[in-house]
Design a protein around this ligand. Structure first.
Ligand code: ADP
Ligand code: MG
Length: 332
């Protein structure tokens, strides 16, 4: 029924072959991301990288076809979902308030709406006007006044997205609404890219898309190994072994600005209109689906550790791999 690389939202079955990796956060083109460093057995991996979706993409696989397959799939989906591409379906939706979407765009919006519901509104792609207002879209940061925040908040709420399953129409209830898929699109892309690899018979690959990782299969009969680097300090906090899993991190140290000694980061609380103040500095989630890892890490960042842990339990196969807190919410 659904074409493209739309994926059902749960567990995928995969075969593995593999190698070892370390994951590190570093900054690039204005945002933080994981840089994947190979260590140990490199086993003739073919590695390539590109800048796509406004971020750094690295692919490593024993199969030399893998990088191009991944890059092509990222470009294809970016053309649908990027709010920075004027011709994308999302840009057209944001401009006109109504589109007949492709089944894929429809699917991602529908999943986002499900996350909105599941997270009690903490995850909400309609934060678009707030993201613009705080200057995160253009990376021209500003501290908005209360009136502007109140006005933008009137445009927020995924209940105001009307979805028609029969003809894939997406419509906003309120004029001026905007969706921002920054917290879910990368995860979906990873799922699609890994599905394309499997279609081509590639069973082992590691994709790092701006800090979110998908580890397809294994290499040398061992899981991919990665390390989570400390967000504030130096060194590694935790080592992970991944097969057919994605890891996503949401943190307050990727995109943020400091005003009068306070830190304002890019994940917003749709209830207040201000950057989330759950006390979480960084949360890393693993999941069998990139889309779920991506959306979940953002939702947990907004909800905080306690409520976030409850939410994570609703998604089979997911795990909070790491969580750092700082109770001084606007700490630097
Ligand atoms: P990143 O993709 O930058 O590593 P996230 O996956 O956590 O980090 O996504 C953050 C992005 O999601 C923000 O830059 C913004 O575009 C969007 N966003 C901000 N707040 C929310 C929210 N509460 N729900 C959904 N999306 C959000
Ligand atoms: Mg996310």
């Amino acid at each position: 029924m659904i074409p493209g690389c739309i994926l059902r939202n749960t567990i995928y079955e995969r075969r593995y072959t593999i190698s070892s990796f370390v994951v590190r956060r570093s900054s690039f083109v204005g945002c933080f991301l994981f840089a994947v460093l190979l260590y140990g057995c490199q086993c003739q991996l073919h590695k390539d990288n590109r800048v796509l979706m406004g971020t750094f993409v690295e692919v490593a696989s024993a199969d030399k076809r893998a990088p191009e397959i991944v890059f092509a799939e990222i470009r294809r989906i970016e053309a649908l979902l990027s709010k920075y591409k004027p011709e994308s379906e999302i840009s057209r939706l944001n401009k006109t308030g109504k589109i007949q979407a492709s089944p894929e765009t429809f699917y991602v919006i529908k999943k986002a709406k499900e996350f909105w519901q599941a997270s009690g509104g903490a995850f909400d792609i309609t934060v678009g006007p707030l993201v613009d207002l705080w200057g995160f879209t253009e990376k021209k940061y500003r501290l908005p006044d209360k009136e502007s925040i109140a006005a933008a908040l009137k445009l927020v709420g995924s209940d105001k997205i009307i979805l028609n399953e029969e003809n894939y129409m997406i419509e906003f209830k309120t004029q001026g609404m905007k969706v921002d898929l920054g917290a879910i699109a990368k995860g979906y892309v990873l799922d699609c890219a890994s599905a394309k690899l499997k279609e081509s018979g590639i069973k082992s690959c590691l994709i790092n898309l701006g800090g979110q990782v998908y580890a397809l299969g294994q290499k040398s009969a061992r899981p991919w190994k990665m390390a989570i680097r400390d967000s504030r300090g130096k060194g590694f906090k935790k080592y992970l072994e991944l097969e057919d899993k994605s890891i996503a991190t949401s943190g307050d140290y990727e995109q943020y600005f400091i005003r009068a000694g306070s830190r304002y980061a890019h994940i917003l609380d749709p209830k207040t209109g201000y950057p989330a103040e759950s006390g979480i500095v960084s949360v890393t989630v693993s999941a069998p689906s990139g889309l779920i890892a991506d959306a979940l890490s953002t939702a947990i960042f907004v909800l905080g550790k306690e409520k976030g842990s409850v939410l994570a339990k609703e998604f089979p196969g997911t795990k909070i791999e790491d969580i750092s807190e700082n109770n001084d919410a606007r700490q630097q």
